[in-house]
Write a protein that binds this ligand. Structure first.
Ligand code: NOJ
Length: 554
């Protein structure tokens, strides 16, 4: 038992299950087709009942929405599409009243190109203090007509855009997202104020977007991308624009600021880096508290890869006293049931596997299993809205509704992430399924086929994905899973992951090609598929109430 955390309310985040809300797609309160804070407030009871510990709200700030709100034009406001600061205050209060923590996105590697700082920089000209808030440089070649270096944007194309006066500015994401210069003292000081602004309003934590991007290697040298023209951040260490050592000074500064709040405020790093060892650097004791573990998501439904990620994560995090986290989905990734319904379930990039049609029954079985596996592991976990309903990716959205910069920036070669952002189906038999009040037209069309996947329908079905998630989250609280970080592997056949979390709890994942005999004395607490005659089907996970005999073979 980890006595250090038992009973300490400030340690809630060490084992929390956080639900990601993508606000535009969660629930529309005013009927304009876009989700909003009123809609979210109206559904907090659903989240409390689901059994999560808190929510992380993707960006809610004023934004031209060039990248779904990750292009912020005012860090201390609320986008009118979502409501007002009063709505945010009411949401925070209501969430706390039902026992939910609130984490908000902080997108500070870049601003919107419509942020007043960038508008001032654009107008002020080369060499001005206004330009020094961003990363401007002269071009190469005759008359500086070539970008200052070879860096590419995460969304495709060069990471530099030229202004009419001839200077170039850096944007690791879309051109509408100019990168800030974090060596500029005014940027540092202004963001201290932004952090305090939100902490003072009572939020419990901030999710740090693109954490490895903030600092660039001095001199802005060319990057060695090798043969892959895509910016895949897990690829290597030594990238001059990702995971550069200086980012850690910034996070130490922010941690010191958070620690001035006696009731504790936390940071979650979005840091997709090369390895668990690199990730661990973001969560050292004086830096960010915790980090998404995207290596788990990227491992796919593959016993060897999953075991490798679990072992690497635990070996790095537990001795350092840092709770691991586990993630299976987000607003940036192909939906879990679609990814797991393909031949290759592991991925490095949003475009991987895009031309394969998923087998959704297979994907759903595996998604159910993977969710139980994730919730049995030590530490915290993240559930992306709609994954608790087993929503598939919507791959046939009409081109005309697609908004993701991936689509625009690659001339349509990559369709992008809109397919995992289709609004939630709440109730009824036809679109908009209670997402908007009657008559509202959701900003992305909801497939008619989702009639069987609504919250209302699944709440009545004890075998639904929603029922499984609710049961798992309830059991997780009753079991010792939130008190101990221990995990002990049991010997198991190839393709099987089998571990004890305590003398009273065992989890078995069958990722092999044959049903697995659990042993006659196995007491199944919960399983992702029926266990009949002690046999755990293929692509299924079972939680057992005590360590039954080791698997008996096939
Ligand atoms: C990560 C966010 O999750 C993603 O949606 C966004 O496009 C990039 N960071 C840039 O802010």
């Amino acid at each position: 038992m980890n006595t250090e955390i038992a009973g300490d309310p400030a340690a809630w985040w060490r084992h929390a299950v956080i639900y990601e809300v993508y606000p535009r797609s969660f629930a529309d309160g005013n009927g304009d087709g876009d989700g909003d804070l009123a809609g979210l407030r109206a559904h907090l009871g659903y989240l409390a009942d689901l059994g999560v510990d808190g929510l992380w709200v993707a960006p809610w700030y004023p934004s031209p929405m060039a990248d779904g709100g990750y292009d912020v034009s005012d860090f201390c406001g609320i986008h009118p599409m979502f409501g007002t600061l009063d709505d945010a205050d009411a949401l925070i209060a209501d969430a706390h009243a039902v026992g939910l923590k609130v984490i908000v996105d902080m997108v500070a590697n870049h601003t919107s190109d419509e942020h007043p700082w960038f508008e001032a920089a654009r107008g002020a000209g080369p060499g001005s203090p206004e330009r020094d808030r961003y990363i401007f440089a002269d071009g190469r070649g005759a008359r500086g007509a070539l970008p200052p270096n070879n860096w590419i944007s995460a969304f495709g194309g060069p990471a530099w855009t030229r202004l009419p006066d001839g200077q170039w500015y850096l944007h690791l994401f879309a051109p509408e997202q100019p990168d800030l210069n974090w060596s500029n003292p005014h940027v540092l000081a202004d963001f201290d104020d932004v952090l305090r602004f939100w902490f003072d309003r009572g939020i419990d934590g901030l999710r740090i977007d693109a954490a490895p991007a903030f600092i660039k290697q001095p001199g802005l040298p060319d990057a060695d991308y090798g043969d892959d023209p895509r910016f895949t951040t897990v690829k290597w260490v030594g990238n001059p624009h990702w995971d550069v050592e200086g980012v850690h000074d910034l996070f130490r500064r922010w941690r010191a600021l958070a620690d001035t709040y006696p009731d504790g405020r936390i940071f979650v790093a979005e840091a997709i880096v090369n390895s668990a060892e690199r990730l661990l650097r973001y969560v050292r004791p004086d830096e960010l508290h915790t980090a998404f573990n995207f290596h788990f998501l990227k491992a796919g439904w593959d016993a060897v890869r999953l075991r490798g990620v679990i072992d690497d994560t635990l070996a790095g995090f537990l001795p350092a006293g840092v709770p691991p986290t586990w993630v299976l989905g987000s607003h940036d990734d192909v939906r879990l049931v679609s990814r797991f319904g393909k031949a290759t379930t592991w991925s490095q990039h949003v475009a991987d596997g895009a031309d394969e049609l998923p087998d959704l029954d297979l994907g759903t079985r595996r998604a159910r299993a993977a969710t139980l596996l994730m919730l049995a592991l030590p530490g915290g976990a993240y559930i992306y809205q709609g994954d608790e309903l087993g929503l598939p990716n919507v791959d046939d959205l009409p081109d005309g509704v697609l908004q993701d910069p991936f689509f625009r920036r690659t001339g349509g070669a990559i369709r992008g992430r809109d397919g995992c952002r289709v609004p939630m189906p709440w109730s009824g038999d036809a679109p908009p399924f209670g997402f908007s009040p009657a008559g509202g037209q959701p900003w992305l069309p909801i497939p008619e086929a989702w009639a069987g996947r609504t919250v209302e329908r699944q709440a009545q079905d004890p075998n639904s994905m929603l029922a499984l998630c609710r049961a798992a989250l309830r059991q997780r609280r009753l079991l010792p899973l939130t008190e101990t970080q221990d995990l002990t592997w049991r010997t198991s056949p190839e393709g099987v992951l089998d571990f004890d979390r305590s003398p009273h709890f065992r989890c078995v994942a069958n990722i092999s090609a044959e049903p697995l005999a659990l042993g006659v004395d196995a007491q199944v607490l919960l399983s992702s598929a029926p266990v009949i005659g002690g046999m755990l089907p293929v692509d299924a996970v079972a939680w057992l109430s005590h360590p039954a005999r080791a698997p008996q073979g096939r």
